[in-house]
Ligand binder design. Structure first.
Ligand SMILES: [Zn+2]
Length: 73
């Protein structure tokens, strides 16, 4: 249904955040609560860029999509 759920979760420090598309086509964004508030905000923006740019449905290399999300384009 393309709903977006953003949740905080304690993750290993190397992981800033992750987005999972579930079987209902909803986006589940998990942000690492062990990071600073500023980093968490940046990570939400990063993951939102992936969603808005439909990176989960294109066939571009992951590295390309990561650069695009980091640019916030
Ligand atoms: Zn990313």
């Amino acid at each position: 249904m393309n709903r977006i759920f953003i949740r905080g979760l304690s993750l290993p420090v190397k992981i800033k955040g992750v987005t999972v598309v579930d079987e209902e086509s909803d986006y589940n964004v998990y942000i690492n609560t062990r990071l600073s508030a500023a980093t968490q905000q940046k990570t939400v923006k990063h993951e939102m860029t992936h969603i808005l740019r439909e990176h989960f449905y294109d066939n571009e290399p992951v590295v390309y999509n990561e650069l695009e999300a980091n640019a916030g384009a």
